[in-house]
Design a protein around this ligand. Sequence first.
Ligand code: COA
Ligand code: AMP
Length: 659
Amino acid sequence: MREDLSVVPRAGYREVWDRSHSQRDEFWLEAAERIHWDTAPRTALEQRSETEWRWFPDGTLNVCENALDRHVAAGRGDTTALIADSAMTGTQIRLTYTELRDKVALFAGVLSGLGVTRGDRVLIYCPMTSEAVIAMLACARIGAIHSVVFGGFAANELATRIDDAKPSVIVTSSGGLEPGRQVRYLPLVHRALEICGESASGVRAVVVADREHVPGSAADYAEDGAGATWYDWETLVAGATPAAPVPMRANDPLYILYTSGTTGSPKGIVRDSGGYAVALSWVMRGIYDFGPGDTIFTASDVGWVVGHSFIVYGPLIAGGTTVLYEGKPVGTPDAGAFWRVLAETGAKILSTAPTALRAIRREDPELTELAKYDLKNLRAIYLAGERMDPETWHWLRDGLGVPVVDHWWQTETGWPICANPLGIEELQVKAGSTTVPMPGYDVRIVDAAGADITAPDVEGNIAIKLPLPPGGMLEIWGSKQRFIDSYLAAFPGYYASGDAGHFDEDGHLFVMGRTDDVINVAGHRLSTGSLEEVLTQHHAVAECAVIGIADALKGQRAAGFVTVARGNDISSEALAAELVALIRERVGPVASFRDVTVLNRLPKTRSGKILRKTMRQIVDGETYTVPATIEDPGVIDEFIAALSTTVSAPATNVVTLPR
Ligand code: COA
Ligand code: AMP
């Protein structure tokens, strides 16, 4: 093991990328030396079949030990590991590596005491408080597989994930804080368990962190009678014995993280332990130029992959300080919120979604708030989650005077596919481009038949030559076949990213949008299919289509188009209000669903396919083509006329769920 985490071999980007392919195994085995192994791997890659591969098959390690204990052992126990800053409560807590290790070991003891053992699933539904991080690392410590669910999802979405992951324990909190409201989690967990019924019979315990700012505690559910026993976090911790890290096989799953696909049922992306640890260790140095002594502020949520990789595992494996932020970029209390956190924590890196910066720009275009803070440590800003518009990119780079790195990646890959690798070499960047493929990623543009498009500036499907590098997804939880069908079948020999784009003549990649029914709303990935499924549950809806339309702030937003079932006498306003409330209740506020247009009929082809692309182009004011196969060309004029009747219903926070 290489103990000095501050050095990375110096070589130019091109040289490093080439070597990651020409001497692939040596490259990754060398990267693996930065990790503490119980058994160091001798084999880099085991190719089991064309569609199945495993990294470091003979290695054993514990990821939590790599994130905490090894730093304590190396004398960095007094270094701050975690700064939890809440703009919502005006509090900030700091935990050193020793303190965080001790809390994690105790909570790991709690989980063991509840009978959780290696391979068991633990579902974590927590706000952005330190308990979320502690619970994740505690799972990793004892070999349990965590599945974190984003707090902005409602009971139904939670139920879908409980049903699929079959956790034995749920870790939650009395709630989160959003501007102007409390998000009470316990009724949502209770409701989700009710929805699951028998399929949640394996949930033995619900552990509740009682937050003073949000009412609700385990005691409220003591008489629940629905199977699981509800426990108070602090009470369990008070009686727990610390648990030691358990050596795991490199291929043992570390976590399942659900993400939206084209259907209503989310895909449980399975991440391994060893490949992920090695990849993140490489990324923190190679892409972020981050190591011991550095602080990173990733303004995302632990419920997303960005939070997993760059709030929790990456920075801690690298031995630096990570910031967990509960709040918004604006309004909590102003557009200087991010600059305050950067100044107070001395962060070197800010990583966030473009939406957040558009929000700041809208409130404070002249960056007047910036003058109040000293950002002397800030070296670079990284953006991901959605396309970064060139205008905001220029505004940010000119205003902050640091490199702005737009990097492209997905829940599936776990770390950036394309970036500007500042830790290796700062490349020339272009607004609108995610720069170049990272080591291990052989990125191609392919046409519909899977043939390579080698000419520059020609748009096609972005595909990655197999195998994916370490840290990439292993499979979809519960279905190897679904993994193949969803990602590997479209272009044999490649992983289909679901994104479209092109390389320019300098080999810089431009990611332009999705090729499927996935949309990115404020960097949150949603499936229009799942929204459609909910809309059709309304008795007055005959047919519907949900499309992602351009939104100046959130990048995209979901717009619903519905036809009314015969015999229903309901005004467009009333229907829109009910549909907005329904999506909020079934999917959650994160869907930001507001716009409903009632149509007499949906534009379709003769074979019945809804013309979603044409609809989107019309709504976005783009040039559109009407396919020759359209059922009746007159429907387009009807559609355009109906757009003036779109109802934008206000979001209602009143979602009454039975206790
Ligand atoms: N728990 C409960 N509800 C949540 C939530 C959470 N963790 N996160 C968001 N929500 C709710 C919000 O309160 C909002 O509800 P509302 O309709 O009652 O206002 C809704 O979900 C939509 O949230 P969001 O898309 O985040 O919008 P917002 O209005 O709260 O904030 C911005 C808008 C402009 C501040 C947004 O730019 C932003 O920064 N979003 C976060 C971007 C991000 O981190 N993406 C993750 C990908 S890396
Ligand atoms: P998620 O899995 O939630 O991280 O979402 C991944 C998707 O977000 C990608 O497939 C892209 O569609 C989009 N995305 C992420 N990063 C970028 C980026 N830098 N530029 C453009 N789109 C991006």
